[in-house]
Ligand binder design. Structure first.
Ligand SMILES: [Zn+2]
Length: 248
C-alpha cells in the first residue's frame, strides 16, 4: 500500500462471528469440537490413520454448513465491502461459507474451507459444496486415501498465513482493523492487530481472553450481530479520513 492509498479496513474473524448462526464455536481450551477430540480429527500427523473418523466428522460439519444462514454480522461486513469497493479485506479463521453467503468477496480462509477437499498427493483442491464426501477420490491423480478436507489441521502448513502477515506488515495509522469473535488462542490477534500501526477494534462477546485486550485502540463487547453494526459509524469516519502523503 503506497502513501496515496486511501484508508483500508481489515476484518479478522473467528468462531464468534458464526456462533449466532448456530455453528458451534471452536473450543480450543477443551480440545473438543462437537464433543470430538480435535487431536483425532484435526491432526495432520494422524489423519490418515483416523481416515474414517476424519471424514465422518467433516461430513457432519459440511452437512451442518448447508443448513445455516449468515447473520447480521456477516451481512454487515458484506455491506462494508460493497460500500468501499477494493478497500475492505476480509480474513477469517472460520471454515464455514457464511461470509460468502452474505455476499463477501475474496475472503481469505486462513484455516481452509470445509466445502473443499484437498489431495495431499498432488495438492489439488476442489469444491464439493455441501453434503457428505462420496470418497470417489482425487479427480486428478485418482488416489483415494490421500484426500482430506481442505481444512488446515494441526501440524499442517497454512499457506494463507503469508497473506495475513503481508497485510499486517502493511498496516498504517490511517487503516482500521476490526477483530471479531476470536479468543486469540490459535492466532494472536492482539499481537497481529492490537500492537499494529492501525486503529484496531476488538469486538468479542465478553472480555477475558488470554489476549492483551488493552492493546486494541477500542473494545466493543456483546454479540457480533450487535457490535458490528454499531461500528459502522466509526468505520465511516475512519474510511473518510484524508490520507497523509508522508513522502512529500
Ligand atoms: Zn491427487
Amino acid at each position: 500500500m503506497g502513501p496515496a492509498t486511501p484508508p483500508q479496513l481489515i476484518v479478522f474473524s473467528g468462531a464468534g462471528l458464526s456462533a449466532e448462526s448456530g455453528l458451534s464455536t471452536f473450543r480450543g481450551a477443551s480440545g473438543l469440537w462437537e464433543n470430538v477430540p480435535l487431536d483425532v480429527v484435526c491432526n495432520f500427523a494422524t489423519w490418515e490413520r483416523n481416515f474414517d473418523a476424519v471424514h465422518a466428522f467433516y461430513d457432519a460439519r459440511r452437512i451442518a454448513a448447508g443448513g445455516v444462514q449468515p447473520n447480521l454480522a456477516h451481512r454487515t461486513i458484506a455491506g462494508w465491502q460493497k460500500r468501499w469497493p477494493g478497500r475492505v479485506q476480509v480474513l477469517t479463521q472460520n471454515v464455514d461459507p457464511l461470509l460468502e453467503r452474505a455476499g463477501c468477496e475474496k475472503v481469505v480462509h486462513l484455516h481452509g474451507d470445509v466445502l473443499s477437499m484437498h489431495c495431499v498427493a498432488c495438492n489439488l483442491e476442489w469444491k464439493i459444496e455441501t453434503g457428505a464426501y462420496d470418497q470417489s477420490g482425487c479427480p486428478t491423480c485418482g488416489k483415494k486415501k490421500t484426500v482430506k478436507p481442505a481444512v488446515v489441521f494441526f501440524g499442517q502448513a497454512a499457506p494463507a498465513y503469508e497473506i495475513l502477515h503481508a497485510i499486517v506488515g502493511g498496516l498504517r495509522p490511517v487503516d482500521t482493523a476490526v477483530v471479531v469473535g476470536t479468543s486469540g488462542t490459535v492466532l494472536p490477534a492482539d499481537q497481529l492487530f492490537g500492537y499494529s500501526a492501525a486503529y484496531s477494534v476488538l469486538a468479542n462477546l465478553e472480555p477475558g481472553t488470554a489476549m492483551d485486550e488493552a492493546s486494541f485502540s477500542a473494545r466493543s463487547y456483546g454479540p457480533a450481530t450487535q457490535t458490528l453494526p454499531s461500528l459502522t459509524e466509526l468505520i465511516q469516519t475512519r474510511m473518510a479520513s484524508v490520507t497523509t502523503r508522508t513522502n512529500q
